[in-house]
Design a protein around this ligand. Structure first.
Ligand code: BEZ
Length: 211
């Protein structure tokens, strides 16, 4: 069965452009983003890998390790790295796993046979410091991902893991958040000293509590 939210992220050992990766050791106490690419030397993947390299500082700020995977070999990846730099101006600054035997791809269900028998789809997994799966997204090979959205979800996950709030539609860092419906108004007054406004009894907004 496909990996679901709350499942333990399968640990693995694999070769990468930065040497052997043991997933749990690589992640340590950090958050993680594991994302797959269908194939080396392909245009959309080239743009995505460059973009993640550009955003590496943003992932670092969020205590998040990034880890790419493409089904070709590390040797092939090493040949592609120069193209990524030429095409996007970004040097690869995080590991890209080689998975020619599909060991990691199969472990994470990244190959969807009805889409393609041998190539991975564009999967994204966010893994929490507890090594549990916090988010899965699957894009088709023809659609490049929006990594700003991945950063946005990380902000939401990290906020909501520490406070009894959730984040509304299109929320971004700094905007008001929603108080969990299970909290009474009296408790909300104590827990959220910046105050709150009630739109419906179950929809109460408060300023982001960790700012
Ligand atoms: C691409 O990265 O451009 C791509 C890879 C595999 C299939 C389609 C597009």
């Amino acid at each position: 069965m496909a990996l679901q939210l709350g499942d333990a992220a399968p640990d693995f050992t694999a070769e990468s452009t930065e040497g052997t990766i043991h997933l749990y050791d690589y992640l340590g106490d950090s958050w993680g983003v594991l994302f797959s690419h269908p194939k080396d030397f392909t245009p959309v993947c080239t743009t995505e890998l460059g973009e993640v390299a550009k955003l590496k500082g943003e992932f670092d700020k969020r205590n998040t390790k990034v880890l790419g995977l493409s089904v070709d070999s590390v040797e092939s990846h090493n040949g592609w790295v120069g193209d990524i730099k030429d095409a996007t101006g970004q040097a690869l600054n995080y590991p890209l796993i080689g998975d020619p035997d599909h060991e990691v791809s199969n472990l994470y269900g990244m190959i969807h046979p009805n889409a393609n028998n041998t190539l991975t789809v564009r999967s994204v997994f966010i893994i929490g410091p507890d090594k549990k799966i916090k988010l899965t997204i699957t894009y088709p090979a023809s659609t490049g991902r929006n990594f700003q959205e991945i950063l946005r979800v990380l902000d939401s996950l990290q906020l909501t893991s520490g406070y009894q709030v959730s984040t509304p539609v299109n929320w971004t860092e700094g905007e008001d958040v929603i108080i969990a419906p299970a909290i009474s108004d009296d408790d909300a007054k104590e827990k959220f000293p910046k105050g709150f406004r009630t739109v419906k009894p179950y929809l109460r907004y408060t300023p982001q509590p960790n700012r």
